[in-house]
Write a protein that binds this ligand. Structure first.
Ligand SMILES: Cc1ncc(COP(=O)(O)O)c(C=O)c1O
Length: 405
């Protein structure tokens, strides 16, 4: 399929290019000593990902340890309530550890093992990436350091306990707003000090080349499975696909399965408390071109051009930028990016729980909220939502802040 001059039949061969660019976005903006370390990761990834040993080991792990393929479920009661649009969810909440993050963590940790590294390092926001990486580290016998802002440590206490039980060191970050951006800063600094022994396992399709490429590749299992399952269940493709976007890994994984199809694709960002800078984290909607954490993308900036303070009710979405591939697809118009606010999200959280018996992660509830609005607008057809994770981690916080509705 050709879309605005881009041939999507060959898209994955051409994007990113060998320097990690999706058009003008992406690249690798890091100090020279780290560049060497990332080149080692890039070389190893390109060699190993093509070896049948690596591919078959990862496939076995996905089947026997992660419990893949995760199902697609039809949301009968929610669809009935909204009219004539049929809603479906890809159940990444049923992936081991309760979210999509394990898809790239098992890949990254397997790569670390093949490269002879002893330790994995990462940041986490909602704690899902930290739990997933701690799980992968335990599975492969690697040490694991997770950097987490003190605000998120309080908000996501169950996930902090899980990481510790799994044997990871959780390192508290108190700088700045003490959320995801500061955690990434601290994890990068730790990696620069110890890159010979460890590998940075970034939590999304962000960061310098090759992370956006590698994480997309590992997450594309979501879209590939979902496309086949949806065709199998309904005999056709969905009319629309919807996923929430923080850094953008669950969305990129899902979208990868449908970019070359006549399917409308929607990425949903958090509008938080509203459109004023500082009250949301909708970088694709309101951001402009800027470099942070080693990559060029659309970014929310303060008056000095630095990453702006951001906010979302979902710890996993409050990041002032998004992956470079999303910025590319945004400018191209292939994916439409839109927003939902905290209130709409909390409403969707309770609606999905009550009508379908599925408690979503607050991040994923953004996608559900948007799909509910889209269904009313579409009037007929079908929507496939990526339910990126389950809401166990959020229950205490929701009950304390919003009560039972
Ligand atoms: C369940 C869940 N969904 C979505 C996200 C957002 O990340 P990404 O945009 O990389 O999928 C997170 C991040 O922690 C998460 O835990």
């Amino acid at each position: 399929m050709n879309f605005n001059g881009i041939d999507f039949d060959t898209y994955f061969k051409n994007y990113p290019d060998e320097k990690g660019y999706f058009g003008k976005y992406g690249g690798s903006y890091i100090p020279p000593e780290l560049q060497k370390a990332l080149e080692e990761i890039t070389q190893s990834y390109f060699t190993i990902c093509k070896s049948s040993k690596f591919v078959s080991e990862l496939r076995r792990i996905r089947r026997e340890f992660q419990g893949r393929p995760t199902p697609v479920s039809y949301l009968e009661r929610l669809s009935g309530k909204l009219g004539n649009v049929q809603l479906y969810v890809k159940r990444e909440d049923l992936n081991h550890t309760g979210a999509h993050k394990l898809n790239h963590c098992m890949g990254e940790a397997l790569l670390a093992k093949y490269m002879g590294k002893k330790k994995v390092i990462a940041e986490t926001g909602a704690g899902q990436h930290g739990v997933a990486l701690a799980t992968a580290a335990a599975y492969f016998g690697l040490e694991c350091d997770i950097y987490m802002g003190s605000v998120d440590i309080k908000k996501q206490a169950p996930n902090v306990a899980r990481m510790k039980i799994l044997g990871a060191n959780v390192i508290e970050v108190t700088d700045g707003l003490a959320t995801l951006k500061e955690a990434v800063d601290a994890a990068f600094a730790a990696y620069s000090r110890d890159y010979e022994n460890c590998i940075y396992c970034i939590g999304s399709v962000v960061g310098p080349h090759p992370f956006p490429l590698m994480v997309r590749d590992f997450q594309s299992v979501v879209g590939i499975e979902a496309r086949e399952q949806f065709l199998d269940m309904t005999g056709e493709l969905p009319d629309a696909v919807v996923a929430c976007v923080g850094g953008g890994s669950n969305a990129m994984g899902m979208f990868a399965g449908f970019l070359n199809d006549p399917v409308d694709i929607y990425g949903v960002e958090p509008l938080g408390r509203g459109a004023t800078l500082g009250d949301h984290a909708a970088s694709l909607q309101y951001g402009s071109e800027g470099i942070m954490h080693g990559f060029n993308s659309l970014m929310l900036k303060d008056e000095n051009g630095d990453p702006a303070p951001v906010y979302s009710v979902a710890s996993g979405l409050d990041y002032p930028s998004s992956g470079p591939e999303h910025a590319f697809l945004h400018d191209l118009g292939r994916v439409k990016y839109d927003v939902v606010d905290d209130e709409e999200t909390i409403d969707a959280f309770f609606t999905l729980s009550r009508l379908e018996g599925i408690i979503p992660a607050i991040e994923s509830a953004h996608a559900v909220a948007y799909a509910m609005k889209l269904a009313k607008k579409m009037g007929k057809g079908s929507i496939l939502i990526n339910l990126s994770g389950r809401g166990d981690k959020d229950m205490d916080y929701i009950i304390e802040k919003y009560g039972i509705r």
